[in-house]
Design a protein. Sequence first.
Length: 343
Amino acid sequence: MEKQNKAVGFYRHLPITNNDSFENVLIDVPTAHGRDILVKVDGVSVNPVDTFVRRGGRNNKLVKPKIIGWDAVGTVIAKGDEVSLFNIGDRVWYAGDFTKSGSDAQYQLVDERITGLAPNNLDNSQAAAIPLVGLTAYESLFEKLSIDWSSSNHKKTILIINGSGGVGSMAIQLAKLAGLTVIATASKPESISWVKKLGASYVVDHHKDLITQVRTLGNQYVDYILNLNNLDAHWHEIAELIKPDGQVTATTENRRLIDLQKLTKKRVSFSWEWMYSKSYYQTEDMISQNKILTHLARLYEEGKLLSITTKTYKPINAENMKKAHSDVESGHTIGKVTLTNWY
């Protein structure tokens, strides 16, 4: 095995326009212990969380480069003595652990319980796009909103706010597969076309009054709401549109206090989804992410899910990482941006 571990990292939390926002660096190859597997990373993607972490820290110069990245596809090349789910040579995909060194490195450790076998019909660019957004969408729908995958949901409707982003792109497809009628928000022609392609039955514009638009479609209320964008801006609309005894889940943080009393008379349940919670707190059900990734891989192999990669940069280096972060920070990205092949 190579002694050098190529990586893309940074020593300061800087704007992406700064020349030093990312650098090509060499770090140590980690050693697998316990339930960790060592993965040779072949592809990664960039999510909004990457951009928040990169620019959001203190500006003191770090002693060691910080390596971020929370999506990867690669090959298992070593494993700890407690690993039972994977073998050397397995091709795996995962979103990783928020408390550990990230996937923007050629060799990375990851706990087997939050890892799955990658689908054999997706290439590295396609597979690298899925884990974080796939897990977030899946947990939002089937754990937090308590949608029953196995029951008939054809009379139920979900409103997905921000349908064309990464999580929305997966949530639309999964909700459709579960039998729900999907109303997704999108505003630009290319975004509208994208969410319709993924299975949205109706599209409304989140820059305009959602209440009027949804009710014009014939829905006084909706059964479920998944908010993936600016909770502050949409809270009043959410509280008005959710049905009595309905359920709301959000993935985006609020900057103002949320008035939960707006949900009182309807007995509505509100929950947060943070995909990293299980690994962050080492919860007893951590292995559920292995099962979710396995299910998602099977759905891809059965041809039931579409790829959501819309742009890929090669190779994985500082220059291309800056481009990918700029794309995601623009707020206009549809689907996912990925990087493959090391410099």
